[in-house]
Design a protein around this ligand. Structure first.
Ligand SMILES: [Zn+2]
Length: 640
């Protein structure tokens, strides 16, 4: 999953094959019935999405049952979200019947995602009717806003229940979907037949169904990204809130074609039957990306494909989610690999799952031409600054703990982010995996790189979707096969360090260094504008909304030391009403002044003046070339 650059910016910045028996999260024998035959159930689910613009979905399920208690689960631990984020509070209208008979049900007292249904004698199947109340707030992940007047994303885990006692790859689902009139759709889910807005899908496992969301809309464009007849096929299915948002410059499609060839050059194999980039362009849905084996559910602003600045901000999203098809879906840490959606996930290896994906996603963004080398370096400088000057919390919470605590940190507020820390295994591991890449190149005198590790760990023969699990030791051993080194010690140091300084050894070893000056980079400006924020964290120590409200005051910074904290509002700067220009002018002037910056601040209806003794001017991060070392970074991001 990716939180999309908007969050980074606030804080700074059909295939006809049936899945083989080897597919699915965990290989387990299906339970044997009394006659010695497998009895994994086949469930039908009919989803009526015709009221998607009203933010309500209706679902009807037919579930095989035997008399007694039928225990059903609403999916709780959502793959890729690494948290118990299944939106059970949005499950409504729940009714169970057998024929015309209503059945009694009660929720489990220890787990609100579990429902027990009383099945009377003689009953062999239960019908369940439920509604999913699609949220209206454009925040959160797949459980956030997913429907507008003109488009919707159907996440199957939100509109179904499944029985206890089976793995997700054992339970079979026959799904159908009804769309609003005139809407089109894109999905990796194999289609059996289509009649206008009524789609009947092939029977697949619960695992494949949950892995295959549907993007539908009035304005939906399908862009083939592979030459006709070439296998496997790739396409981008884009739904937007307007037709105008679907027409970027022609070169953009070529850049995404490059992404596919560059990813294949990096990994040396693919593990999907076909691939669908499902791209949602809307200002009214949650913005994030969620990975799947054969597709990704990525959502950005309505104009983020059509307008140049939006494209630069969003450019890294699709490469990140696409890399997950290899790192996260095909290869997954054993701790994150669960048999269904009720078993809790252990998130300790997210520094590989998300961290390496973040590094490789950014590298592929540059290699494919979606970013220029300069923009790649600007983005890397932002990460370096954010994890260094912007993270005093690294002195109490190590990187490992950001992964261990991920199920909570994904939902933490932006206030106190610098001291609390957040899901830093994304950005900090961009720095760490770059460092690992540099070490491999140094140890092998340039004959090997992290690309060789990627081929070794994620390559092999082309396969349909499947899961191969790994442990910490597997990662260290594979790195060692590429370049002998004490990788176990390297990663233990990186993960357990409580140094106040970010791990900048990779940037420095690759021939560059993070520097600060009074001119913001292009990416810095675009990010601030998009987030409607002012980032002065690396100078006076404040992250502000553009109206002067304090989002965060970096612990230990000049502003924090004088008593400023989150949710206060700067009303005036040196006696003049707050405005972005006034603020920037005042900070710039501190360099040549002995006077403190005078701030009039409102805090829960009380006003107070603060004098901040700061004289460092504005401080914006950049990468600067270190000519004493070879320029390895430019080589890393060169197209292969
Ligand atoms: Zn991710």
């Amino acid at each position: 999953m990716s939180l999309f650059s908007r969050v980074v910016c606030t804080s700074f910045l059909t295939c006809l094959f049936i899945l083989p028996a080897t597919a699915g999260p965990v290989q387990r024998k299906a339970r044997l019935g009394e006659a010695g035959k497998t009895v994994a159930p086949t469930i039908t689910v009919a989803v009526d999405a015709t009221e998607a613009p009203r933010k309500i979905f209706h679902s009807k399920l037919t579930i095989p049952a035997t008399p007694g208690t039928l225990t059903l689960y609403y999916p709780k631990w959502i793959p890729g979200e690494h948290a118990p984020s299944g939106p059970v509070d949005d499950l409504a209208g729940l009714k169970f019947t057998a024929g015309d008979r209503p059945l009694n049900w009660r929720r489990d007292l220890l787990d609100v995602w579990t429902i027990h249904v009383e099945v009377p004698a003689g009953v062999t199947s239960v019908e369940a009717n439920l509604d999913y109340l699609s949220p209206t707030a454009a925040s959160g992940f797949s459980a956030g806003s997913s429907a507008t007047a003109t488009l919707t994303i159907v996440s199957w885990n939100q509109v179904l229940l499944y029985p206890k006692g089976w793995t997700a790859d054992q339970i079979q689902f026959t799904a159908s979907l009804r769309l609003p009139q005139g809407w089109k759709m894109g999905t990796a889910l194999p289609i059996l037949r289509r009649d206008g807005e009524n789609i009947q899908f092939q029977t697949v496992s619960l695992y494949t169904l949950v892995d295959s969301p549907v993007l539908a809309g009035e304005y939906l464009k399908v862009v083939p990204l592979s030459p006709q007849g070439q296998n496997p096929p790739h396409e981008m299915d884009i739904a937007a809130d307007s037709a105008a948002a679907l027409d970027p410059p022609e070169e953009v499609w070529q850049q995404y074609r490059n992404l596919i060839t560059q990813a294949y050059a990096l990994f040396g194999a693919r593990h999907y039957r076909d691939y669908h980039f499902l791209y949602t362009l809307s200002d009214h849905v949650a913005h994030f990306g969620l990975e799947h084996h054969e597709s990704d559910d990525s959502r950005v602003g309505e104009r983020d494909l059509e307008e140049a600045d939006g494209r630069k901000l969003a450019a890294g999203l699709l490469p990140h989610e696409y890399v997950h098809s290899w790192n996260g879906k095909y290869r997954r840490s054993a701790d994150l690999t669960t048999p269904e959606y009720e078993t809790p996930m252990r998130t300790d290896l997210l520094w590989v799952y998300e961290g390496l994906t973040s590094y490789l996603g950014d590298v592929l963004t540059a290699r494919s031409g979606l970013w220029t080398p300069e923009i790649y370096r600007d983005a890397l400088a932002l990460i370096g600054a954010e994890l260094d000057r912007g993270r005093p919390g690294r002195t109490w919470r190590d990187l490992q703990d950001t992964a261990d605590a991920a199920p909570a940190l994904y939902f933490s507020p932006e206030q106190w982010l610098s001291w609390r820390r957040t899901t830093d295994f994304y950005d900090e591991d961009v720095l760490n995996w770059l460092w690992a890449d540099v070490i491999i190149r140094q140890q092998t005198r340039g004959s090997k790189s992290l690309d060789d590790y990627c081929k070794l760990f994620y390559g092999g023969p082309n396969t349909p979707p499947m899961v191969k699990t790994y442990t910490f030791d597997d990662v260290a051993n594979a790195l060692n096969q590429v370049a002998p080194y004490d990788w176990r010690a390297f990663w233990t140091d990186r993960l357990r360090s409580k140094s106040p300084r970010a791990p900048l050894g990779g940037i420095e070893g690759s021939g560059w260094r993070v520097v600060y000056n009074d001119t913001p980079s292009e990416m810095f400006k675009i990010g601030e504008g998009d987030a409607k924020s002012i980032n002065s964290e690396y100078s006076i120590g404040l992250l502000l909304k553009d109206d002067g409200t304090v989002i965060d005051a970096v612990q230990g910074s000049p502003a924090a030391r004088e008593g400023i904290g989150p949710s206060m509002k700067i009303v005036a700067v040196n006696g003049r009403a707050f405005a972005a220009e006034v603020w920037h002018d005042a900070l710039k002037a501190t360099k040549n002044s002995n006077s403190p910056v005078e701030l009039l601040v409102e805090n829960t209806e009380y006003y107070k003046t603060y004098s901040i003794n700061y004289h460092g001017g504005e401080q914006f991060p950049h990468l600067e070339r270190d000519s004493s070392k070879p320029d390895m970074l430019s080589d890393i991001i060169k197209p292969k």
